[in-house]
Design a protein around this ligand. Structure first.
Ligand SMILES: Cc1ncc(COP(=O)(O)O)c(C=O)c1O
Length: 395
């Protein structure tokens, strides 16, 4: 194995510099713990940005990957893939939606969702109905459709022009109202705006969205790429909004650490799509699907989500106890294991200091510390994280 220095040097020399990498050289992990090349242990409360729902090295996920890879690693969507049907059935039954399209990532899931929404209106004889409303501070991905949908100027600057047909609203009732009308094909929204700062829209916002949808008839697409599959303490975050979506995009934990995305759609959307309308070579790859099926099995185990909620509540209340008007930690927000702590200082300071003490945490937006623990985090591990953060909570 290479040393940290040689890894860093080769990375700087040959890997395109689109990332600011933290000085962490991870070697292996187990559950919520990871070890670096020198054998130093860390508690991982980032989970590969909400991907490793079962933590590192879950035995069922590892076995599923081995077993599937040793039989057939890839065959394409030209042929039947048993695992896709099994996963699609679970996702449809759990969400109440009717059909699943598989892809490889979050941004691709949103690309597909946007295409499907527009195709639905085209097939309904209303091709002029093509506008997609999205929100300030949202994040939907880096490819052109998803980037055009994303409500963050800094991510779009230099890559213009963005695609036409996207309307950006503020996350307020008035702005939402102004942004939709007869030309609105769909409203695309995260149930909790994760990357944008762990922002939880209030119930009045969702009620207004429901009322506007009744009036104008547009589709609702929930981007559950970060909130879905246990992260907010339930299979999906959308039921808490009171809105039944027409489409839901998923990715992150769906492939058990391997790249996998999906879009769930209602029957009338499915009816607007026929063979050849959309596709991908790798989407729904058998190994990623096998790994993801192990994740879904664990989510379905009696008591699993209860325990996620118990540990999440413990962590959130422990963090709330560290908040002081004059301290670095001001306010805790989020849902379940998607937790933000609004800060009075640059979160980078806390992220570095926590790492020095063996705790991995991350940020969201300019001033929010973000915790995305694996769903298997224990109360003892939550207490270990809280003790480290308490140390850093002094003004
Ligand atoms: C809500 C949301 N949508 C879309 C994406 C894009 O996913 P990916 O990075 O897999 O393309 C992300 C990634 O952070 C996300 O959090």
């Amino acid at each position: 194995m290479s040393s940290a220095d040689s890894i860093r040097e080769r990375d700087a020399r040959f890997v395109l510099g689109t990332y600011t990498r933290a000085p962490l050289f991870l070697s292996h992990g187990r559950g919520a713990e990871v070890w670096d090349l020198e054998g130093r242990r860390y508690l991982d409360l980032v989970s590969g940005i909400a991907v490793n729902a079962l933590g590192h090295g879950d035995p069922l996920v590892v076995a599923a990957i081995h077993e599937q890879a040793s039989r057939i690693a890839h065959s394409s969507n030209l042929y039947f893939l048993e695992g896709q049907g099994r996963m699609a059935e679970i996702l449809c039954r759990r969400s109440g939606l009717d059909k699943t399209f598989f892809c490889n990532s979050g941004t691709e899931a949103n690309e597909a969702a946007i295409k499907f929404a527009r195709k639905f209106w085209y097939e309904s004889g209303s091709a002029w109905r093509h506008e997609i409303t999205t929100f300030q501070d949202s994040f939907h991905g880096r490819t052109y459709g998803a980037l055009s949908a994303t409500g963050q100027d800094k991510l779009q600057t230099g890559f213009g022009p963005m695609l036409p047909g996207f309307v950006r609203a503020e996350l307020t009732i008035e702005s939402l109202r102004d942004s939709v009308g007869a030309h609105t094909a769909a409203v695309l929204v995260e149930p909790v705006l994760a990357e944008g700062g762990v922002i939880v829209p209030d119930q009045a916002f969702w009620q207004e969205l429901a009322a506007l949808r009744d009036r104008h008839g547009f589709l609702v697409i929930f981007d559950e790429i970060q909130t879905g599959l246990g992260r907010t303490g339930d299979w999906f975050a959308f039921p808490a909004t009171g809105i039944v979506p027409d489409l839901v995009s998923l990715a992150k934990p769906l492939g058990g650490g391997l790249p996998l995305g999906a879009v769930l759609v209602g029957q009338r959307i499915a009816d607007a799509l026929k063979p050849g309308d959309h596709g991908t070579t790798f989407g729904g790859n058998p190994v990623a699907v096998a790994a993801g099926l192990a994740v879904l099995d664990r989510l379905a185990q009696p008591g699993f989500l209860d325990s996620v909620n118990e540990v999440a509540a413990h962590l959130q209340s422990g963090l709330a106890a560290l908040c002081r008007p004059q301290g670095p930690f001001l306010e805790v927000r989020g849902r379940g294991m998607l937790i933000g702590v609004k800060m009075s200082v640059d979160p980078a300071r806390i992220i570095e200091a926590a790492r020095d003490r063996g705790l991995i945490v991350y940020r969201a937006g300019a001033d929010v510390l973000r915790l995305l623990p694996p769903l298997v985090l224990t109360i003892e591990q939550a207490d270990e994280a809280l003790a480290i953060l308490a140390d850093l909570a002094t003004p």
